[in-house]
Write a protein that binds this ligand. Structure first.
Ligand SMILES: [Fe+2]
Ligand SMILES: [Fe+2]
Length: 182
């Protein structure tokens, strides 16, 4: 075993100024997810209204509250970066939200089949968010922006929990009910 020198493997002094291109890429990512979270604040109520299962309605309602917190956290991130709050259209989230709306249009109101479709669409959204926040948290650490990383990590944890909750709702009874309807 090589002798530990006590020296950190990586410099902890990485200044944002030292990596202008990477910082710009990171900031663009924050603007992009800021647009996405704001878009979700508008689309989640539509999903909630279209859902029938009480557990699913409650899960979406709870995640809508969390999503508003995600918006607020990103505003704190802009402040820490000394950047003005700015949204940059996220085509991926627009597409995922459209897919959710399409599922609502193509299924009958009040059916478990529609609920299953809503869960499928919602989990795609959560996975997109998990990928985004996972990557941005790591990048914030690389840039030495530890306060920012902490905020992003808090949101990442909530996205993972929301995804798990949707899996639980689907596994508990909705998928079986939908199979009965078929
Ligand atoms: Fe979110
Ligand atoms: Fe989410």
């Amino acid at each position: 075993m090589p002798k530990e020198t006590g020296e950190p493997k990586f410099s902890t002094k990485t200044s944002p100024k030292a990596e202008p291109a990477l910082l710009e890429l990171f900031t663009d990512g924050i603007k992009d997810i800021y647009w996405a979270e704001n878009h979700l604040v508008k689309t989640l109520p539509k999903m909630q209204k279209a859902a029938s299962s009480k557990t699913l309605v409650a899960a979406i309602e709870n995640h809508l509250k969390e999503t508003k917190t995600h918006v607020a956290r990103l505003e704190q991130v802009f402040e820490l970066l000394d950047e003005k709050v700015q949204a940059q259209k996220c085509d991926a989230m627009e597409g995922l939200a459209k897919e959710g709306e399409g599922i609502i249009e193509s299924t009958e109101p009040g059916t478990a089949t529609r609920d299953v479709g809503i869960i499928l669409a919602s989990q795609k959204v959560e996975h997109y968010e998990i990928a985004t926040y996972g990557g941005l948290t790591q990048l914030a650490k690389t840039l030495g922006l530890y306060d920012v990383a902490e905020l992003l990590y808090q949101t990442l944890t909530e996205e993972k929990a929301a995804d798990q909750k949707l899996t639980d709702v689907a596994e508990s009874d909705i998928n079986y009910q939908a199979a009965e309807e078929a």
